[in-house]
Design a protein around this ligand. Structure first.
Ligand SMILES: C[S@@+](CC[C@H](N)C(=O)[O-])C[C@H]1O[C@@H](n2cnc3c(N)ncnc32)[C@H](O)[C@@H]1O
Length: 231
């Protein structure tokens, strides 16, 4: 069988193990910003899909799910300020270690962190104009993925954008080389495991419920997008 022909659901990321090295994990959270800035393509997604939902005169809200160390919601808060739009951000992650790292960073206006699953916010009747996640989908079981997408629909008044790695041999080779300098963290090891666990665009389209669109992101990423019917 060809390498990466199928998702490797048996591969487990170190960071998903409760007993992984806490020092390496904290360095991993700290390096996520660097890696996401280089490979996740959010500047383009912000400009094309999220910024148009926001306004300088009307306050909007954004929920980031599975925010880890919090680098993406921090970037969103910076970009909102730079673009002069009013945005309040809630970033959630159920992992105590991620929450501790994120809340130990300097406070940023308009951004708060909470240790929670998306289902808890649904139960509380929360609604947001924008719902995002980065590099979360490949961590989930098939049932968890369906639950996350259902929660996203219920939580979102506007647009939901889940950005994830696309499984490809070229992406695997490039990341394997590009991440070599990122030592003393789990980035390279977990990044390669992530690629093995990730979806191709066709696989994601197959499991996505009706109303969700898969769009190619760059480089080697997929965007899973849903727009609320009245948005
Ligand atoms: C690879 S990290 C990505 C962190 C961050 N989004 C980033 O890109 O830097 C995945 C995060 O998803 C969180 N996670 C795992 N399962 C989750 C779930 N069911 N709901 C919400 N977050 C989850 C993990 O705790 C972890 O912090």
């Amino acid at each position: 069988m060809q390498f990466l022909a199928h998702r490797d659901l048996g591969a487990v990321e170190e960071m998903d193990k409760p007993d992984c090295d806490p020092v390496l994990l904290d360095r991993t959270y700290a390096q996520f910003g660097l890696v996401n800035g280089a490979v996740a393509g959010w500047r383009r997604t912000w400009a094309g899909l999220i910024r148009p939902q926001l306004s300088a005169s009307r306050p909007s809200t954004l929920l980031d799910i599975g925010s880890g160390g919090g680098d993406m919601p921090r970037a969103f808060a910076r970009w909102a300020k730079r673009d002069g739009v009013q945005l309040t951000i809630l970033a959630i992650d159920p992992d105590k270690r991620a929450h501790s790292f994120a809340t130990a960073q300097p406070h940023q206006s308009g951004l708060s962190f909470r240790r929670a699953f998306s289902a808890e916010l649904v139960a509380e009747g929360e609604r947001f104009d924008v719902v995002t996640s980065n590099h979360l989908l490949h961590h989930l079981t098939p049932d968890q993925l369906q639950a996350l997408l259902s929660d996203s629909e219920q939580l979102c008044n506007g647009i939901a954008v889940h950005n994830d790695i696309e499984r490809s041999r070229s992406g695997y080779v490039l990341f394997s080389i590009g991440a070599l300098p990122l030592r003393r963290s789990l980035i390279r090891q977990d990044g390669l495991t992530s690629i093995r666990r990730s979806y191709t665009a066709a696989e994601l389209a197959e499991v996505a419920p009706p109303g969700w669109e898969v769009r190619a992101g760059f480089p080697s990423h997929n965007l899973l997008i849903h727009r609320a019917s009245h948005a």
